[in-house]
Write a protein that binds this ligand. Structure first.
Ligand SMILES: Nc1ncnc2c1ncn2[C@@H]1O[C@H](COP(=O)(O)OP(=O)(O)O)[C@@H](O)[C@H]1O
Ligand SMILES: [Mg+2]
Length: 299
């Protein structure tokens, strides 16, 4: 559908105040460009157009979520991709944000030289970040590697809070079939109302992929929404310890608890996961395997 965006990118000044440089990528609902601001700094601009198949109000709900998250993104302790400006040009909506030249976790996750201790550290930072957004009543709703950007220091920064909700809409978050099936929670796949548990499940899939290089449901087996749903409900999950020899029983237990279908069995909050991961770091990893600069953790 996104191919239908009628955006004349030959017009480099299509977004006022910014010069569009190159297309970084095309996602489900828009295109992301590298651009330059008036001061010559490189930034990223995401441009979205209403997509009729998602319904008239879809873009409006995205705009609401973006405005909600914009304020929090100014606070560096949240580790959110900073939103600098938003605006509308005819029926297009654009977001000007910080540019992440290292790209997203999608590439990094396949990086063979990324050692296990560094992967654990990254997963821990991700857990803390999610615990922090949950603590102010926000949920992400569409966590996946493409929405986790990598900073110059190899830290995770969360992007694309389009399904984000605050307490006033918590439990009424849009849960249409717009996500990436592999990372969607079973309750989201079945169109139920969402709460922070959905992020905890998506975190479990992503953490497994970061730590083992593979997702617990193989992507080739679960192309569509119904495949993944039936795969989850028929217990086809491959335990993380079977995916990599580096996963010990303790880490296996943590990951499986995040991936429970039954909400009563799943972790009740991200804070608990962050605490368990913190204990794990302390117990399993030698202190000197965590130099201050995460760069040093690459082979
Ligand atoms: N601020 C940014 N800096 C650098 N790359 C970005 C930024 N925001 C998004 N991208 C990248 O642009 C591509 C398209 O993004 P998006 O439209 O959000 O697609 P998706 O639906 O796959 O998340 C993705 O590869 C994403 O990682
Ligand atoms: Mg995205």
């Amino acid at each position: 559908m996104q191919q239908n965006i009628e955006l004349n990118v030959d017009n480099k000044a299509v977004v006022p105040g910014y010069e569009i440089l190159v297309l970084i990528g095309t996602g489900g609902i828009g295109k992301v460009f590298e651009a330059r601001d008036g001061a010559g700094r490189k930034i990223a601009v995401k441009i979205m157009k209403p997509t009729p198949f998602l319904g008239e109000n879809y873009l409006d709900s995205i705009i609401r979520s973006v405005e909600l998250i914009k304020r929090f993104s100014q606070d560096p302790s949240f580790r959110l991709v900073k939103i600098r400006e938003t605006g509308k040009i005819s029926d297009f909506f654009y977001i000007v944000m910080d540019l992440y030249e290292k790209g997203s976790l999608e590439k990094l996750v396949r990086e063979k030289s990324w050692i296990f201790a560094a992967r654990v550290e990254f997963v821990f930072m991700l857990a803390k970040s999610l615990a922090k957004i949950h603590s102010v009543g926000l949920i992400h709703g569409d966590l996946k590697p493409a929405n986790i950007m990598i900073s110059e220091n190899f830290e995770p920064y969360l992007n694309d809070f389009y399904q984000a909700a605050d307490n006033t809409f918590l439990g009424r978050t849009y849960s249409g079939l717009s996500g990436t099936p592999l990372y969607m929670s079973p309750e989201q796949l079945s169109g139920k109302f969402l709460n922070k548990s959905t992020d905890i499940y998506s975190f479990g899939i992503i953490a497994c992929e970061i730590l083992t290089g593979k997702t617990p449901y193989p992507p080739e087996a679960v192309k569509g929404f119904s495949d993944i749903s039936s795969s989850i409900h028929s217990g086809n999950l491959i335990p993380p310890e079977k995916l990599s020899r580096e996963i010990d029983p303790e880490m296996n237990r943590i990951l499986l608890k995040a991936l429970q279908v039954d909400l009563k069995q799943r972790y009740a909050n991200m804070e608990l996961i962050a605490e368990e991961l913190n204990r794990y770091r302390g117990k399993k990893m030698k202190k000197n395997s965590f130099p201050n600069n995460i760069r040093n953790l690459f082979r």
